[in-house]
Design a binder for this molecule. Sequence first.
Ligand code: LMR
Length: 325
Amino acid sequence: MKLKAILAAALLAVGMSVSAQTIIKFSHVVAADTPKGKASVFFAQRAGELTKGKVKVEVYANSALYKDKEEMEALQIGSVQMLAPSLAKFGPLGVKEFEAFDLPFIFDDTADLHKVTQGPVGAALLAKLEPRGIKGLAYWDNGFKSFSANTPLKAVADYKGKKFRIQSSKVLEEEIRSVGGIAQVMAFSEVYQALQTGVVDGTENPISNFYTQKMHEVQKHLSLTNHGYLGYAVIVNKKFWDGLPADVRGQLEQAMNEATVYANKIAQEENDMSLDGVKKSGKTTVYVPTKEERMALKKAMAPVHTKMADRVGKDTLQQIYQATG
Ligand code: LMR
């Protein structure tokens, strides 16, 4: 009897300590030393501190748990609680409006972008996720994308007939088509190998992703086109989030606000450091397009805005144009 009582008490204690700590699995697909990788670890740390250990955030980087498509499904069924997918990856979920962020040359710079992500237009877009069982908490920056290939990319004609890996966005598909290229959707975790084996000829990404996935080892030319934006929405399973005690949710919101400030502060620095790394590697020739070359690319890609207006929603597009002046 006595032993049973002790065992029962021990089980109760274990049960209590388990239920007292909430685990948040935060899965993402990029390397740990990227803007998103570092910001997710920052969030985990602050979440632990602010909740005084009531919440433990476990960060899984580099597609260690799930690849792009799978992680969205995992979030919806509650196998993970938090993600930060690129805004280009919400189309398959049925929220096509986020693909407006993929439109070529839609933002002049980060300040321009923040007028959307940090204002009412950005908030309204996040709200569109709720009927899918997802709550959007914040936008995290990465940066502007550049194109790479094994042959130089200077004139628009240089893109013709080349196969480029893209994220799962119809807008990006149209972008590649606008310069005569062939678009191939592929999970981020598969890009290095696809470039290495020649399954695709080139790709587009901010330099931090390019460098930390070692794409410079398998791409001879990088052209600093800065033609489009890549950033993230930090999202949680809504049922999980709404079920948290209000005080804990408040502390996590504070941790997220701090992580967002941090993410957006380091994004440019991380990309600059990665560019240095690419240059120092001596493996990829880094080319800065002339003003004329960049204008020619912009002109070739301009029709993507009108072609995709229905897909991303004319209202959304109008609101973005208005917010950015
Ligand atoms: C990509 O698939 O190229 C990016 O979305 C990866 C990322 O999360 O930055």
